[in-house]
Design a protein around this ligand. Structure first.
Ligand code: F6P
Length: 557
């Protein structure tokens, strides 16, 4: 089949290119003075408020972006995803993470088979298993209850569950159910990460969940063997059956590893690793920590956004609007990065999770048909909770490079503090910054303003803020299991998909991670040969040979 036309060859793309000059003529200060425009750029959904009035965009921009969405067949692509078509064409897979959180009675087909009953069969198994662990009905090899969990996994088998766990930790309802329990994550193959995970834990009271979609990832499998050894050494090899379970699509390899397949929790190849937090990958460890009922709320939140994403018209569709605005920022205004700035410490692991969701999905150089892209797709995501970030990289955001920002704020703190004699609570103080920063970026400060304030002439240029720096603000009523699933997980997942659909790339494969993996295999072989048989380093370039030789010489006792 002939490759379809690249999106940059379409008229709506060219119209947006031409429109950039119009937008550059108008400072955000002026755009913000148009109340009607600002009103039209606020959307409310299920108690949350999205304000995108500080985007460098007008109603004309939005109309042009809508035309672009049509030219990219966005709606059709979204429907294909929900209909289980094999839109991940390079891996010949459908993309159905939405099925992971679909209500029990819904029908979502993959290859003509409704997958929802399979999803619920695993969810029911997790509910039953996690209740047995939590109640002490399932005990360890020495008869003790398993109150601690180490989840061993990396990438998508780690980042999403870690983000949700970190966000729930201080939620009053969830934390109540987690009393007396610990959940830790072992991801890095670095022995330091192993040491940090096992320090202070007793194998007798520890359950290990090995999480790997493929069950072949080098880091995870080595860490799993290391932890298996830790358990065997303390409790004997037969204890592994009681202390180790697995989450994978590859149940054959799970069994080969020595984990009873009855204690394995399945998922499917139509779930991409970075989209797997709603599968057993996230649901099992989180249910062990917080109980299944809390995790079910998280799934319901994500599902509510799936329905909204599937059915809401473009102008009211949060993930679609956010995705289109990101495309506008990256491909037309030329801002390649995005800062994710949650004003709540509970979301400290949100940016690392979105880094994978976004950058592994959209960091591509060819179209879905394999045609090299004449434009750059993907964006550089990074972030830190406010106000910490303000004392770190915000200088660059205010006066250096232009980086569109996502400000995420919460009306009610998970852990409010009111100091006697102070009217403004700690949370008010935090939120003062959440409200102030987007305006500082948008309006800036002019030399005229500075001179009026008697700023010495030699400091005027230093103290000038150009402004005109775009952001969106997302204000949530609170932060709990439901809206963590809703806003933070599903909105961002779908926003990334929208960007990829518009750019015409495959957001669901990740061939870019393969080359480094295969080179590491070559190095591993060399290390083995050199250590076991003292073979010299061979087959590498000058630089790698020198580095490897130094490493071998210096690390040999
Ligand atoms: O980093 C590449 C990757 O394949 C990710 O996409 C995936 O989430 C991660 O490795 C872990 O893979 P697995 O779950 O198969 O161990």
């Amino acid at each position: 089949m002939a490759p379809s036309a690249l999106i940059c060859e379409t008229q709506p793309w060219k119209d947006l290119k031409a429109h950039v000059d119009d937008i550059k003529k108008t400072h955000l200060r002026e755009l913000m003075s148009d109340t009607e425009r600002c009103q039209s750029m606020m959307i409310e959904f299920d108690g949350m408020l999205l304000d995108y009035s500080r985007q460098r965009a007008t109603s004309d921009t939005l109309n042009k972006l809508k035309n672009l969405a049509e030219a990219a067949h966005l709606k059709e692509k979204i429907n294909k995803m929900f209909n289980g078509e094999r839109i991940n064409s390079t891996e010949d897979r459908s993309v159905l993470h939405v099925a992971l959180r679909a209500p029990r009675d819904s029908v979502i087909n993959s290859d003509g088979k409704n997958v929802v009953p399979d999803v619920w069969q695993v969810l029911d198994k997790i509910k039953d298993f996690s209740e047995r662990i939590r109640s002490g009905a399932w005990i360890g090899a020495t008869g003790k209850a398993l109150t601690n969990v180490i989840a061993v996994g990396i990438g998508g088998s780690f980042l999403g569950p870690l983000f949700v766990h970190t966000a729930l930790q201080t939620d009053s309802e969830a934390s109540e159910f987690a009393k007396g329990r610990q959940l830790r994550f072992l991801a890095n193959v670095d022995p330091v990460d192993v040491a940090r995970n096992i320090t202070g834990l007793d194998p007798e009271t520890t359950l290990v969940v090995v999480v790997s979609k493929t069950f072949t990832t080098a880091e995870t499998m080595l860490n799993a063997r290391t932890i298996r050894e830790w358990i065997s050494a303390a409790l004997g090899p037969e204890a592994v059956a009681k202390h180790m379970v697995a989450v994978s699509t590859n149940l054959t390899l799970v069994e080969k590893f020595g984990i009873d397949p009855n204690n394995a929790f399945a998922f499917w190849d139509w779930v991409g690793g970075r989209y797997s937090v709603c599968s057993a990958v996230g649901v099992l460890p989180l249910s062990l920590q917080y109980g299944f009922a809390v995790v079910e709320k998280f799934l319901k939140g994500a599902s509510s956004i799936d329905q909204h994403f599937h059915s809401a018209p473009i102008e009211k569709n949060l993930p679609v609007l956010l995705g289109l605005l990101s495309v506008w920022n990256v491909s037309f205004l030329g801002y390649p990065a995005r800062a994710i700035l949650p004003y709540t410490q509970a979301l400290e692991k949100f940016a690392p999770h979105i880094q994978q969701v976004s950058m592994e999905s959209n960091g591509k150089g060819v179209s879905i048909d394999g045609v090299p892209l004449p434009f750059e797709a993907g964006e550089i995501d990074f972030g830190e909770p406010g106000t910490n970030g303000q004392h770190s990289f915000y200088q660059l955001i205010h006066q250096g490079r232009v980086i569109p920002c996502d400000f995420i704020g919460v009306v009610k703190s998970q852990q409010p503090v009111y100091l006697k004699g102070e009217v403004v609570s700690n949370h008010d103080e935090l939120m003062s910054n959440f409200f102030a920063q987007p305006d500082a970026l948008a309006y800036g400060k002019t030399p005229e303003q500075l001179l009026k304030e008697n700023v010495p002439h030699h400091l005027v240029t230093h103290k000038t803020f150009s402004g005109d720096r775009p952001s969106v603000s997302l204000l949530l009523p609170s932060l709990n299991a439901y809206n963590i699933g809703q806003v933070l997980l599903a909105i961002y997942e779908h926003r990334v998909a929208v960007e990829g659909f518009v750019w015409g790339i495959n957001s669901f494969d990740q061939w870019g991670v393969e080359l480094g993996k295969s080179l590491a295999t070559q190095v591993r072989k060399q290390l083995n040969a050199s250590r076991k048989k003292a073979e010299p380093v061979e087959g590498f370039n000058f630089s790698t040979t020198a580095l490897l030789t130094r490493y071998l010489e210096a690390s040999t006792d």
